[in-house]
Design a protein around this ligand. Sequence first.
Ligand SMILES: Cc1ncc(COP(=O)(O)O)c(C=O)c1O
Ligand SMILES: N[C@@H](CCSC[C@H](N)C(=O)O)C(=O)O
Length: 404
Amino acid sequence: MTKTKPYNIETELVINKSSDQYNASVPPLYQLATFKQESLSNMGEYDYTRSGNPTRTHLQNHMAKIMKAHQTFAVTSGMGCLDVILRLLQPGDEVIAGDDLYGGTHRLLTYLNNKGDLKVHHHDTTNTELIKLKITPAIKMIFLESPTNPLIKVCDVKAITDHAHAVNPDCIVVFDNTMMTPILMTPLDLGVDIQYESATKYLNGHHDIMAGIIGTRDPKLAERVYFVINSTGCGLSPFDSWLLSRGLRTLAVRVERQQKNCVKIAEFLQNAGFKVRYAGLPSHPQYKLHQSQCKGAGAVLSFETGSIKMSEKIVESTDIFGIAVSFGCVNSLISMPCKMSHASIDSKTREEREFPEDLIRLCIGIENIDDLIYDLTRALLKSGAVKVNEKDELYNAVAVQPKL
Ligand SMILES: Cc1ncc(COP(=O)(O)O)c(C=O)c1O
Ligand SMILES: N[C@@H](CCSC[C@H](N)C(=O)O)C(=O)O
């Protein structure tokens, strides 16, 4: 065979080629701050870890392949990515943001809006026609998430991005791909200018580091992003870059297994009579749209019980599911977004955005599916949220609350 073909992402994740002088089989860890130079007239590729470090470069080059980006940058957290991106704007610039973005994203945008640094317009990004109407030449940046965390709202990424660029070719469309990862979605292929992800979640997959990755197709934009990272000093440390490189190699198998488990749990909860938000269920209002732009629905779902007290009891009754914020790790988690990950959105705003206070979010891990369903069943029974159907104890429980 003479013709070469590009490898698929599952292979690229594992190959992780290193240009190390000793042919190290995994990327070497350059745990250092400064680099000696040959002479004043012959400076090397690296001078100082804030500006660049071989372990971080290795990770960034690997991520560029995975994200299909011209260049990627590794920084200290997902919020760090957003901070870098926001520094590309001018004082007073107008931006559009979804009305169901992650709580921390909402907090930073609101802070800058209230200080008068930016003018932030929040809109329902599931309504493509509304968003199109709101995009004017004054809009300099658009922030999208799909599916959103935790209401699992889906937006038409390509339609919004194409329209934004038609109205203003300089408008930067920013997409937070934390929920899908490049395994399930490649937003740069859909035309967005910047994709970022909290690598604290799936990319690393083990909840032992905080990290963020920013990717762009445009070399000029990449230069501007690098300038901010070097100037502010938020580049990812060598050790965390090394850990992230390690975690990344198993991304495909982790996501595949987590998603498989999640589909079963979504069906289980829906059959039990709960209102389940998961883009992998045909009952999801944007099921077809989601399928058209993603390869799967991921491993985060949320559901309502109809009662805050009952939701609290369920969350506190599980054994395998740990009560914790974050997601994307190999173990399963349970939380109430209004009290935890999204508590930074004030209750009035949550109410305006129809954010249910009783919402429970499940982040599914790689455990045995029967054990997960058993654990949930036990918690639902203990809290009184379901009754057991005698014919099939484990799966056909009947919701006590009226169907929502
Ligand atoms: C969708 C999404 N984006 C960004 C972030 C921020 O990432 P980090 O916690 O790594 O700062 C989070 C969670 O924290 C998130 O859920
Ligand atoms: N106390 C934290 C909450 C982090 S939420 C983490 C994650 N994105 C999630 O959705 O669970 C904060 O104030 O940011």
